[in-house]
Design a protein. Structure first.
Length: 308
């Protein structure tokens, strides 16, 4: 993976956050809308999240060393967790401010100008979010995807805020502004919770998605010679790298050289199907009872007895 290539979208994200903070703060000062204030607050979170993501990407790109023999990619999940926490705080703050303004509504001013400024900031975020998501998915970068999803959520949030201001313009009901801001705060909170949950799953070595596991199983079986089998498949992900290990069961009469050749055949087939996958294979005799560990296999949800 080309990490310098991934840093450029994050620099765009940081620049976009600085621009939108200025625009949305100006929109809030012009109108006095608590909805636009909540939007400006999330742009401040975007700036902190972008800076955190940039540092995390730099750290995660460091090569393997004697103290980190599996690399540093897991730090990407830490970055996603910090971003989620920042989003949660922004969501709670927005909801609390909305409640206060709902209890004490105040008239809004210059709504047309404020709305135009907010829409301009939203367009900036939309373009940068698309870039982050496209590059993140292409290179399987969790940092870029999380940042892009956060920005895209900000885009929809901004549209909601503008809709609230527009309803105030049309109806004259001032309470609609804090009401929409409260809904926005709940949406921001949910986004933060989702990011933190994804980060927690990564740090806890959560298994790959079921369809990804199925693709791995299919690739293994496609390269197994007759009389061989496998079990005890375990998977996890660290950053953009995916890991899989399993027990390769071969006839006990096979020589070490022959079993080693089979393992290379299976591993090469797996890597051709899933390029980012790193494979560890443990070879065992299929016709030995000791190769079948019922309690361990049962925890993994796999058959606990050898095939007949």
């Amino acid at each position: 993976m080309s990490y310098p290539l991934l840093r450029f979208p994050l620099m765009l994200s940081i620049a976009a956050a600085v621009i939108t903070i200025g625009l949305k703060t100006a929109a809030y000062l012009v109108t006095g809308s608590v909805g636009l204030f909540s939007d400006a607050l999330e742009s401040g979170v975007n700036l902190l999240a972008g800076c955190t993501a940039y540092f995390s990407l730099w750290y995660a790109s460091r090569p393997v060393d004697r103290n980190h023999t599996y690399g540093h990619e897991k730090f990407e999940f830490f970055s996603s967790g910090i971003e989620g926490l920042l989003v949660l705080l922004a969501g709670f703050g927005t909801a609390w401010y909305a409640v206060l303004r709902f209890l004490n509504p105040q008239p809004l001013q210059s709504l047309g100008l404020g709305t135009a400024i907010s829409l301009g900031a939203t367009l900036v975020n939309f373009v940068v979010a698309l870039i982050l998501l496209r590059v993140g998915r292409k290179h399987a970068s969790i940092i870029l995807e999380a940042n892009g999803q956060h920005l895209m959520t900000d885009v929809w949030t901004s549209f909601g805020v503008v809709a609230g201001v527009a309803m105030v313009m049309l109806t004259g009901v001032q309470e609609l502004d804090p009401l929409v801001a409260g809904i926005v705060g709940l949406n921001i909170t949910w986004t933060g919770f989702s990011l933190m949950r994804r980060s927690f799953n990564g740090l806890m070595d959560h298994a790959l998605l079921p369809d990804e596991q199925q693709a791995i199983r299919k690739a293994i079986r496609a390269h197994l010679p007759a009389g061989s089998d496998f079990h005890a498949l375990r998977t996890r992900q660290a950053g953009s790298r995916q890991f899989a290990d399993f027990h390769l069961l071969v006839p006990g009469r096979k020589t070490v050289r022959e079993a080693h050749a089979i393992s290379h055949l299976v591993a090469d087939g797996l890597k051709a199907r899933v390029p980012r996958l790193e494979v560890t294979i443990h070879i065992e005799p299929i016709d030995e009872q000791e190769s079948w560990e019922p309690e361990y296999l049962e925890r993994l949800g796999e058959p606990v007895a050898p095939p007949k």
